[in-house]
Write a protein that binds this ligand. Structure first.
Ligand code: BGC
Length: 599
């Protein structure tokens, strides 16, 4: 009995002792102790390269913690080597600061390292959703991480775990789909692939799960709009992606520009601190979206006060000196707010502790210069082969009359039509080299759909291409590529998702020649296709497949049997939108999960 009491006493006493600090915690404590308020604020500042390049010494003067390249940030040399050289020169600045804390560099690698001309460009997330293949998504993320690291950068603003509920939203293609279960599964796979089991500071990257929370649920699919749902719905539809990725070890999260019932996420203490940090136990740090703070108040000082007190840890400050809301103004105002005790020192210490913990976990001190052996990984044949496989697995076959697909490789003549058939920029979509993407030959080393077709057919087969279909006659089979032209956030919202009149007319004109017509739709979302679907013999939703058009040809000619499944319910008409699985009176043109295969 006496023995048991002593035992209990020891158990209770041990439980009351403060937990042993890990070596990382001890390191963070030691650095924090040395830091001045200015140095702490510097760590909480992320500056866009476009702004910093005017005054690079500011990185030293203000002990800046992080640099990003936004969608439109200009650099002189877009090759992987150009990026790596730039990384080395910028990271060297961190070693001129008093504490020599390495800089963390962030970029949007949202479908591969998509700002680098010779990188592997994967299908956008909507296509990954169609693969239903978490192991493949993990591989995509691992390769993306490697290619990003090949240019030095260690932080990918990805995955986007938006649950896009209204296809009018111009960021629908950045979402894995309309179903929270699909999104959480693929989001977690992405984080696993990009971060690995351990952030070892070598070939792996830091994930950034975005845009917290409800970005895909805004009324009328308005970008940066208002998500008007009760809390149970917010939690059931839009939160699971965060629960899953945070449990999977995601170390950074980006709040959304959007609002929840009228309150901007960037200023929501309830959602940022109470739910994310306290309830979900998120131990990493929060980085704002691009100038996301600015939207909280016309007075920058109030905006900063609100967001930092709400729980934001690092601010993404896009503009340069001399402009409103630039980083110098942010740094000055944040210091003033702390000195006036409008932001408690404990909040600053918490933010800096979170940032330093991630930096130390990543062993950034081992990567002060780019490991040039990784350079050859960027756009390697091995990576492109995986991307090609992702393309094959992402295509969704919606119609296949008389089993005209797969096409024979020995057909006499194939007429290929539509601008997108011979335009790698169109097949990549937004967030490719430029923020909004663009038409044309913008990336190096990939394959257009037309080239993929030519590579696949027999020597005897004639492949004739005309964008407007004018070459087509009654003597062959036609492959017509139609759909959307590149766009990204802010510019991609649409009231009408009907296929353009020109596209519908092109399909009709070629069908009128009396030949079989295979339609390939390149788009960031389901579109209203009714009459064109009727005018086609086979119809494939190919999403935005990226640089490896060969994967499309693999499916057309039967080297791969289609397996893709719709990540969205496909509406019959605009007045059905929003339409989502589980709706009352659910009656789409094709249901969520639909996808034919070959017999
Ligand atoms: C987007 C984010 C992106 C950030 C940095 C913002 O406009 O909403 O998704 O990560 O820019 O480029």
């Amino acid at each position: 009995m006496k023995f048991l009491n002593i035992f209990l006493l020891i158990v209770v006493a041990t439980a009351c002792l403060p937990a042993q600090k890990t070596s990382i915690e001890k390191k963070v404590d030691a650095i924090l102790k040395k830091m001045t308020l200015d140095e702490k604020i510097g760590q909480m500042t992320q500056v866009d390269y476009d702004a910093l390049k005017q005054h690079p010494a500011d990185a030293v003067t203000f002990s800046i913690g992080s640099i990003l390249w936004g969608g439109n940030t200009e650099i002189n040399d877009l090759t992987a080597k150009g990026w790596a050289d730039l990384y080395d020169s910028l990271q060297a600045l961190s070693q001129k600061t008093r504490l020599k804390i390495p800089l963390l560099f962030g970029i949007d690698g949202v479908h591969g390292h998509n700002n680098v001309t010779n990188a592997t460009i994967f299908p956008h997330n909507i296509g990954l959703g169609a693969t239903r293949n978490p192991a493949l998504v993990e591989k995509v993320a691992m390769i993306t991480g490697k290619e990003i690291r090949g240019t030095g950068i260690q932080w990918d603003f990805s995955p986007c775990v938006a649950v896009a509920r209204d296809e009018r939203w111009g960021r629908t293609f950045e979402s894995f789909g309309e179903d929270p279960n699909l999104v959480k599964e693929l989001g977690a796979a992405y984080v696993k692939g990009i971060q690995g089991s351990e952030l070892n500071g070598q070939s792996l990257n830091l994930a950034c799960v975005k845009h917290y929370v409800g970005d895909g649920g805004t009324t009328n699919g308005k970008d940066q709009g208002n998500t008007e749902v009760d809390e149970a719905t917010l939690r059931a539809i839009h939160l699971p992606g965060y629960v899953e990725t945070i449990h999977g070890g995601a170390l950074t999260v980006m709040p959304s520009y959007s609002s929840w019932n009228g309150n901007k996420l960037h200023g929501s203490k309830y959602l940022l601190t109470d739910v994310l940090k306290n309830e979900l136990g998120f131990k990493g740090f929060l980085v704002s979206d691009w100038a996301g703070i600015d939207q909280l108040s016309p007075k920058f000082e109030y905006a900063i006060e609100q967001t930092i007190n709400a729980g934001l840890d690092m601010a993404m400050i896009p503009n340069g000196r001399g402009q409103r809301n630039n980083y110098v103004e942010y740094i000055t105002l944040l210091k003033k707010l702390v000195n006036k005790k409008r932001i408690p020192m404990s909040r600053i210490d918490d933010a800096v502790r979170r940032i330093l913990t991630v930096k130390i976990q990543m062993k950034l001190e081992n990567s002060l210069t780019v490991d040039r052996t990784l350079l050859k990984e960027v756009g390697s044949a091995e990576h492109r082969f995986v991307a090609r496989d992702v393309v094959r697995q992402s295509l969704v076959l919606l119609k296949n009359e008389r089993n005209i697909l797969p096409l024979s490789k020995k057909i006499n003549k194939i007429f290929v039509a539509g601008k997108g058939a011979n335009d790698i920029g169109i097949q990549c979509g937004g967030w490719t080299i430029a923020w909004q993407g663009s038409e044309g030959n913008i990336v190096a080393g990939g394959t257009t759909i037309l080239q993929g077709i030519k590579n696949t057919v027999s020597k005897e087969t004639e492949v004739l291409y005309s964008a407007d279909g004018s070459i087509a006659d009654s003597s062959g089979v036609a492959i017509v590529v139609v759909g959307e032209k590149p766009y990204a956030e802010m510019f991609g919202d649409r009231k009408d998702l009907s296929l353009s009149k020109e596209d519908a007319a092109l399909i009709e004109k070629i069908k009128a020649k009396g030949i079989s017509v295979v339609v390939l739709l390149l788009s960031g979302r389901p579109m209203i296709i009714n009459s064109s679907l009727q005018n086609s013999d086979a119809f494939i939703a190919a999403w935005l497949p990226g640089s490896e058009g060969q994967g499309v040809a693999d499916v057309l000619f039967g080297d791969y049997v289609p397996t893709g499944k719709l990540p969205h319910s496909w509406p019959k008409s605009m007045d059905q939108i929003p339409i989502n699985i589980g709706d009352k009176n659910y009656d789409p043109l094709f249901p969520f999960g639909f996808g034919l295969t070959y017999k």
